[in-house]
Design a protein around this ligand. Sequence first.
Ligand code: PMP
Ligand code: GLU
Length: 397
Amino acid sequence: MKLAARAERLKPSATLAITAKAKALKAEGVDVVGFGAGEPDFDTPENIKEEAIRAIKEGFTKYTAVGGIDELKNAIIHRIKEDHGIKYEKSEIIVSCGAKHTLYNLSQAIFEEGDEVIIPSPYWVSYPEQVILAGAKPVFIETKEDYDFKIDPDELKKLITNKTKALILNYPSNPTGATYTEYELRDIVDVAMKAGLSIISDEIYEKIIYDGLTHTPVVKLGEEIKKSTFLVNGVSKSYSMTGWRIGYAAGDKMIIEAMSNLQGQSTSNPTSISQRAAVEALKGSQEEVKRMAKEFEKRKNYIVERLNKIPGFRCFNPQGAFYVFPNISSFFGKKYTGKEIRNSVDFTEFLLGEAKVAVVPGIEFGADKYVRISYATSMEEIKKGVDRIEKAVERLK
Ligand code: PMP
Ligand code: GLU
């Protein structure tokens, strides 16, 4: 059977593929250190699991409202209000099967053939693919290492055409870990507003932020900005709930309704039990979130320091998320067992083969001089993995 053109050109998610590969090797008994997975290693907090069990026991196991139960929409509204002082109505909220699904529905609802969508690069793997699936064209704005991987507003201005429909923001960023102060954000958002763009702001890593910085959501910058912005978030990263599949968006109610219609014709509601668990996550104690973020910061400090001591590595100090994105281009041209390292894929293969360490090649995020290392794993694994990397690169000639 012939595949539809859109399925034929669709790339598999590299982040998920590498995570699966590392897991499969481990299952075969290979002692792999997995730095590929973009998911917290912590267990879901107990109070959240208990609420899910309660939901099952109470028989809360049927279809719910397509865009999420009122209780969860209220919990989302409560969390945004408590954290940032911003108000939303229930009609402006949709709950989906993970933030990836929220973003997918959003791009299906607002993009079409002829539209251009600006995406900061290095980017999370699913943004360009989702834009293309909606028939639109991704336009990349390169964020440079020597500009701390931040968008330069003047560069942004240059890329906007009369076809540009939206700007996607993601901060703290996957994969770089860069984030913005309120002032930096304002300069970028001003450019987008003047050009009449919509903003999709993926703030899923907002709670994992370091060095005493505070996260400023785009929608906090003013009423007009809020009207043009879709705030995307979810419980996967903050509450260590990747498998539960709950994400959400807040924004213009007409678009939210269109997204709900899309859901009604595709997935129906997100899992009823997960919705109840997410209510507890968002309304219950937030102490675990803080504890996990602190632990991530310790690991980040350790891994950045260690990697920067390895000759050939240059590692930007991230301000959030749980990835480091070191520049490894100084290894290009070097050889091991007769093979030459020419790019990030070769370097990744070298690390997996020679050091038994799984990382994601930067090319998948649009930046071939880098690799992404996730430190969402225990300190012991981090130490073991970095020791192995250190030893392996010594052998490169
Ligand atoms: N946005 C970013 C930047 C991510 O890294 C992820 C991780 N999967 C997601 C969205 C989606 O997360 P989920 O679908 O698990 O909510
Ligand atoms: N977002 C995580 C990552 O970048 C999980 C995998 C995915 O959904 O892409 O690794």
